[in-house]
Design a protein around this ligand. Structure first.
Ligand code: CAA
Length: 396
């Protein structure tokens, strides 16, 4: 299989990390990818391997046990793993998603307690925002309640589609503390799996990312110490949104990796497969498809790396860039994997080859961490503003 173009590392440290990751992917991840998908099994061995190689705490500051690496490095790592196995790339991406509420909204004591355990991979983290009636409209339709009773908050409600929910030791949960205040009545809590009333519910059976557990979480009078409130009451939704600004590039990186993996496979096949007396890649119909796939992948990559640089710089327009990166990379993953299946023809459709898995895995990148429609909403609001209802002027 043709190797993808190596992309310049922005520092010596990043180059070393990427070298280690490429080696792990070639030796340990790629050979397991088909089996992980077929058995829909969370790869504990790979979680341990990633932890041993410090890949679960890349953007966590050194003082909290992380590598203190950049978001650019982090997205490149997710991309490398996703080239071979989208499910395994989520082990790294969701560890970041789950720890970000603490990094962004946590006080010193909370950071000291949780971040080193997450950075080392001793604890797995998850992020619980979505509910059965509350996906895109995350604030308006949230029903999970948190009521203060003495020194604790009592959580009641249910979250769904929680990636890593069944393997997580610590989950950042968003719940309504003041229903009268809308988005400003939502608070964020750090919930440990051992807290009474924390229950793992139904496991989803999914089209793709089958090696990554997606579950329902139920909070049944779940008692959370008041010390585990992140920030102040009512700040939870803003924390949730700031987290997505930094985690959407991680999903964009997963999407880009899937697309690159599919392109590499299709390009190699097109050089070997002979039809009408020559390799199919030398026939314009297929050659031009490959040209478009490559152009799309590289455009997506430039947008993603710029979004990651914005995360590192704490840029004011990071919300816009994170949304654009997720939108572009997700759409490129879907179109490139679909075309890669087409290049292989019947072999592309067969489960004996990796492309149908890549196409199934690509689809989720257009849905989670905000659908492509929500990314467009975020982008258009950045350009045209949030807007207020305008009173119609009567015709005279
Ligand atoms: N940073 C800081 N504050 C922000 C913000 C941001 N990026 N975005 C919004 N806010 C603030 C607003 O300024 C506003 O504050 P004020 O009340 O003080 O003015 C408040 O939050 C409410 O914002 P909006 O009025 O814009 O809220 P909205 O109800 O219109 O919703 C939305 C905005 C963009 C649609 C948001 O609900 C959204 O992103 N929805 C999609 C949810 C999503 O992505 N879910 C993914 C779940 S996680 C997942 O999928 C992970 C996985 O499995 C791997």
């Amino acid at each position: 299989m043709a190797a993808s173009t190596p992309h310049d590392a922005s520092s010596e440290e990043e180059a070393l990390i990427l070298e280690v990751v490429r080696d792990i992917v070639a030796q340990k991840v790629a050979p397991r990818a088909a089996e992980i998908d077929a058995r829909a099994e969370y790869p504990q061995d790979l979680r341990e391997l990633f932890a041993q190689n410090d890949l679960l705490g890349i953007p966590i500051p050194v003082e909290y046990g992380g590598l203190g690496g950049s978001f650019v490095t982090y997205v490149k790592v997710v991309e490398e793993i996703a080239k071979a196995c989208a499910s395994s790339s989520l082990i790294v991406a969701v560890q970041e998603l789950g720890m970000l509420p603490i990094l962004i909204g946590g006080n010193e004591a909370q950071k000291q307690r949780y971040l080193p355990n997450v950075a080392s991979g001793k604890w797995i983290a998850a992020y619980a925002l979505t509910e059965s009636g509350s996906g895109s409209d995350a604030a308006g339709s949230m029903r999970t309640r948190a009521e203060k009773k003495g020194d604790a908050y009592v959580l009641n409600g249910q979250k769904i589609w929680i990636t890593n929910g069944s393997v997580a030791d610590v989950v950042c949960v968003f719940a309504v503390t003041d229903p009268a205040k809308g988005a400003n009545g939502i608070s964020a809590f750090i919930v440990e799996k051992t807290f009474p009333g924390f229950v793992v519910g139904k496991h989803e059976k999914k089209m793709g990312i089958r090696g990554s557990p997606t579950v329902e979480l139920i909070f049944d009078n779940c008692e959370v110490p008041a010390a585990n409130l992140l920030g102040n009451e009512g700040e939870g939704f803003k924390i949730a949104m700031k987290v997505l600004d930094k985690s959407r590039p991680g999903i964009a990186a997963q999407a880009l990796g899937i697309a690159q993996g599919a392109l590499d496979y299709a390009a190699a096949y097109a050089q070997e497969r002979i039809a009408f007396g020559k390799p199919i890649g030398h026939q314009q119909g297929v050659g031009f498809m490959l040209a478009d796939m490559k152009t799309e992948v590289e455009s997506a990559r430039l947008l993603l790396y710029e979004a990651a640089r914005k995360c590192d710089a704490g840029a004011a327009d990071v919300t816009l860039w994170a949304a654009m990166a997720k939108l572009k990379c997700g759409d490129v993953a879907m179109s490139v994997t679909t075309d890669a299946v087409q290049v292989l023809g019947g072999y592309g459709y067969s489960a004996e080859y990796p492309l149908e898995r890549m196409m199934r895995d690509a689809k989720i990148t257009q849905i989670y961490e905000g659908t492509q429609q929500i990314q467009r909403l975020v982008i258009s609001r950045a350009l045209a503003g949030r807007g207020k209802p305008v009173k119609a002027t009567p015709n005279t």
